[in-house]
Design a protein around this ligand. Structure first.
Ligand SMILES: Cc1cc2nc3c(=O)[nH]c(=O)nc-3n(C[C@H](O)[C@H](O)[C@H](O)COP(=O)(O)OP(=O)(O)OC[C@H]3O[C@@H](n4cnc5c(N)ncnc54)[C@H](O)[C@@H]3O)c2cc1C
Length: 395
């Protein structure tokens, strides 16, 4: 840790481990590597750490608890409260990089990763400005939510009003008095719909393709995240059954308002990639009519949005909370390390057989919270890399 006189001299290590991305995932790995005496350099395309969090909407708070969201070697300050605000997440990440004295290169985007030339171990990174970097190992931490995904709805370009991705939504002010359609009911869509309804929009509709599982963020002081941690290793069918029981006891039936209980179990849905929606006001907003669930968006036709049930509506603005792509193809797609959905086949301490020394963190969406899992993966990756670099040095 910083200032430790017994720490190994990392400046003498020939090639660093490069960590791509200075979000929580990358910073956590860099700190864990440094704690093991491995020199890590974080390369970040933005000008500052925590770029993704700086861009999130104003109202956002972590829905995972402060304690269960801490990264290795530094607690999240108690004064940030149980549910940490967006600005405090950014403050924590800035402090984290400073506290661990992380080596950061900002304003540089890594564009492609190649194996080192024949006969050499490691990797070659190509980066903006014609930079070529030689790495003992690489950790890709470029984010699960890398590139906003906007569906290619037929007629999308004929729509005259503002049509923006949730990544570009900040707060409800520009929509005061307007009729707004939010598309997609993940955590982001649900919260933006509530934000708009509470923030003065005249009408808010929420287009729902698949009814979500809704859970209380906390019940009698017990956070939903803790339940997620406890059940994550149990059989999927058992957790599905438990989830249904808990939902019946704690979440009202919203079928009459257009939000029926889902037919696929909660954990089955998590395994398919969609985590439950934590209630930060959606249930009340739907019951009071402030947020109206409607059918999924089918297409656009001039000022009209055509819904899957055939109805047509004419919102003043559309906010598409339709998710993100990993966008890893350009970086590592040629290495055969991605699955058919474009996600890394390995994560944490495991590296692909044909790409030893290439690690990924932050590309799963676990029920137990991503900050927590990235913190745990950071330690595992650091241990594996330390072992690998020690072997390389011994040769
Ligand atoms: C709205 C929202 C709310 C969330 N809330 C929670 C929560 O409450 N609890 C929780 O545990 N998780 C939450 N998550 C999920 C997850 O924890 C966050 O997305 C988190 O920021 C992921 O960290 P990361 O480091 O993997 O990615 P990011 O934070 O996205 O960081 C990736 C970094 O890599 C940089 N980068 C990308 N490509 C390159 C490149 N080629 N070269 C150089 N730099 C590059 C980016 O600029 C960025 O700074 C939330 C996600 C979203 C979108």
């Amino acid at each position: 840790m910083p200032g430790d006189p017994t720490a190994p001299d990392m400046t003498t290590q020939p090639r660093p481990v490069y960590v791509i991305g200075a979000g929580p995932g990358g910073l956590a790995v860099a700190a864990a590597l440094r704690a093991r005496g491995v020199r890590a350099v974080v390369v970040e395309k933005a000008d500052e750490v925590g770029a993704s969090w700086r861009r999130h909407y104003d109202r956002l708070h972590l829905h995972t608890t402060r304690r269960l969201s801490a990264l290795p070697g530094l607690a999240v300050p108690r004064r940030f409260g149980r549910w940490v605000s967006r600005d405090d997440v950014v403050r924590y990440l800035e402090k984290y990089a400073e506290f661990h004295e992380l080596e950061l290169v900002t304003g540089v985007e890594v564009t492609r990763i190649e194996p080192a030339p024949e006969g050499e171990d490691g990797w070659t990174l190509h980066a903006t400005g014609g930079r070529v970097l030689s790495a003992a190992a690489v950790v890709v931490a470029t984010g699960f939510n890398h590139t906003p995904a906007l569906p290619d709805w037929p007629g999308r370009d004929t729509y005259g009003g503002p049509l923006l991705h949730a990544a570009d939504y900040r707060n409800p002010r520009p929509y005061a008095g307007q009729d707004v359609l939010v598309v997609g009911v993940g955590n982001t869509g649900a919260e933006i719909a509530v934000d708009l309804a509470e923030g003065g929009a005249a009408r808010v509709r929420l287009a729902v393709r698949t009814a979500p599982h809704i859970v209380r963020r906390s019940t009698a002081g017990w956070p939903a995240q803790r339940t997620g941690i406890l059940v994550r290793r149990l059989p999927v069918r058992l957790v599905d059954r438990l989830g249904a029981l808990v939902a019946r006891a704690s979440v009202p039936d919203l079928s009459a308002y257009g939000l029926p209980r889902p037919t696929t179990g909660l954990y089955s849905r998590v395994k398919q990639g969609s985590i439950p929606v934590q209630d930060v006001g959606l249930i009340d907003a739907v019951r009071s009519g402030k947020v109206e669930p409607v059918a999924a968006v089918d297409s656009f036709d001039g000022a009209e949005v055509v819904l899957a049930d055939g109805s047509r509506i004419t919102p003043d603005a559309v906010v598409a909370a339709t998710g993100y792509r990993r966008a890893l193809e350009g970086l590592v797609g040629h290495l055969g390390v991605l699955d058919e959905r474009g996600r890394p086949r390995t994560h944490g301490a495991r590296t692909p057989g044909q790409a030893r020394g290439l690690y990924f963190t932050g590309f799963t969406n676990p029920i137990s919270g991503m900050f927590r899992e990235m913190a745990r993966d950071a330690e595992k990756i650091a241990k594996a890399v330390a072992r690998q670099t020690a072997r390389q040095t011994a040769r």
